[in-house]
Ligand binder design. Structure first.
Ligand SMILES: Cc1ncc(COP(=O)(O)O)c(C=O)c1O
Length: 446
């Protein structure tokens, strides 16, 4: 590990001071990183310090920072035209829609609606589900994160601070436990998978007692929970959920804003579970960092008529050009890399876990990996204080990582990261765990 960096450096500090004067204080900034430039999985701050990026701008820089092919696609498009508005047509928008149709995780043909962010994709899914079904109610999951605008915020349930001071939210969302295999809150029947238990709870406790199924438009779920802790759902969940939705004509809406675009080694995480959703919410890594989102819906569902939904920037040509270049790179190389390097990283983390009793759980798929810290393996009491120290310590060692859930660290690097970069980052990570644990111990005995 390089000797601890002195952070922030003088140039970074000056920018942070200016930022404080003019930028909303609501943004959560864990570490004083002021970016100068990036290349692949490496980033440099304005004082010339190099970091490995295991966060990728919250799982956004899917093809790495400033991939030359993405940069070229953006440059070429910018020279032709930057904007025309969704009142007209252009080639790249159609080509992007065609591509989404070919990679949609269902057999039926797909139609797509383009947005500018994840939250806007979720809003579009809510509206389409209500419009198509004529029903008003939804089921969401505790620990879920779907965005911060009023509709998506009604589903978001990962921290109370997201809601505090913002009521009333959109009406009509009932939350149920997410099938978290490490922290189950429901009792399974003998021989029942925990994923099935959660679906049985929805049917027997929610639909049978409080929420009439004929009023439920959709169930919205993060295929793998992101901000809530990088939680891979327990076995049995998706087949049982799909079956429940079929029985009551409820739409299955998967939020793949974080888990999609090849991150788990398949285009969409839902493909690992053998079921087909009705609507897919897309965002983050779709255009390597150019703001773009979409919903992909079964063609028969997207029957809303002219004017019922729209936006000015939908299908922005620069965003579509970046998305087309991104999709090609992911398709040709990086999805396979995510699967392969992801397995390698998971194995390495399982080994690290044997040396650090503070690691309670390691889980994930592809390059969407969570490492959860606990005070005690038996009680599984979360150690959020240690987790925060580790993030800080890793930063000083030259590694960008982000937290999620109560006491989890997420590892979500660019999909083209190499084995040697993973090795380097994990070495910094492990040393950060040891240093943070030592500091915590000395703070407690002092
Ligand atoms: C699963 C999921 N859905 C939706 C969103 C909201 O996306 P955005 O921040 O682009 O609005 C996020 C953001 O973290 C997310 O992880």
């Amino acid at each position: 590990m390089q000797s601890a960096l002195q952070l922030p450096g003088p140039k970074a500090k000056a920018i942070i001071d200016r930022d404080r004067e003019v930028i909303s204080p609501s943004y959560p900034r864990d570490n004083p990183f002021v970016m100068d430039f990036g290349k692949g999985a490496e980033v440099w701050d304005v004082d010339g310090n190099r970091f490995l990026d295991f966060a990728a701008g919250i799982a956004v820089a899917s093809t790495g920072h400033s991939h030359p092919k993405v940069v070229k696609a953006i440059q070429d498009q910018a020279e032709k035209f930057i904007h025309i508005s969704s009142d007209y047509y252009h080639q790249k928008w159609v080509a992007f829609g065609e591509k989404l149709n070919t990679i949609a995780p269902f057999q039926e043909d797909a139609l797509s609606f383009m947005t500018n962010s994840g939250t806007e994709s979720v809003e579009a899914a809510i509206k389409l589900a209500r419009h198509y079904t004529g029903r008003t109610q939804f089921i969401g999951f505790l620990g879920g994160f779907h965005g911060r605008t009023m509709g998506s915020l009604a589903f978001t349930a990962s921290k109370p601070c997201y809601h505090e001071g913002f009521y009333p939210l959109m009406n009509g969302v009932t939350h149920v436990p997410y099938p978290d295999p490490y922290r189950p809150v429901l009792q399974s029947l003998p021989g029942e998978h925990y994923g099935e238990t959660v679906v049985r709870y929805i049917e027997e406790q929610i639909l049978a007692k409080v929420l009439p199924h004929r009023d439920v438009a959709g169930i919205m779920v993060e295929t793998i929970q992101g901000e809530g802790g990088y939680v891979v759902p327990a076995p049995g969940f998706y087949p049982a959920l799909r079956d429940l939705c079929n029985r009551y004509q409820i739409l299955l809406i998967v939020d793949e804003v974080q888990s999609g675009m090849g991150r788990t080694g398949k285009w969409w995480a839902i493909e690992h579970f053998g079921v087909e959703p009705d609507i897919v919410c897309v965002g983050k890594g779709i255009a390597s960092g150019v703001p773009l989102g979409a919903i992909i819906a079964r063609k028969s569902l997207m029957n809303w008529t002219t004017g019922t939904h729209g936006n000015t920037f939908g299908g922005n040509p620069i965003a579509c050009a970046a998305a087309l270049a991104t999709i090609e790179l992911i398709e040709n190389e990086y999805m396979d890399n995510a699967a392969e390097v992801g397995n390698y990283t998971l194995d390495a983390l399982h080994e690290i876990k044997t040396r650090h009793p503070s690691i309670g759980d390691v889980r994930g798929m592809g390059l969407m990996i969570g490492v959860e810290f606990v005070k005690d393996h038996q009680t599984r009491e979360p150690d959020d204080e240690l987790r925060d120290r580790i993030i800080h310590q890793a930063f000083e060692g030259g590694l960008l990582i982000l937290g999620c859930g109560i006491s989890t660290i997420r590892i979500s690097p660019p999909l083209n990261i190499s084995h040697s970069e993973i090795d380097e980052g994990l070495q910094i990570f492990e040393e950060a765990i040891a240093l943070a644990a030592r500091k915590q111990y000395s703070a407690h005995v002092a």
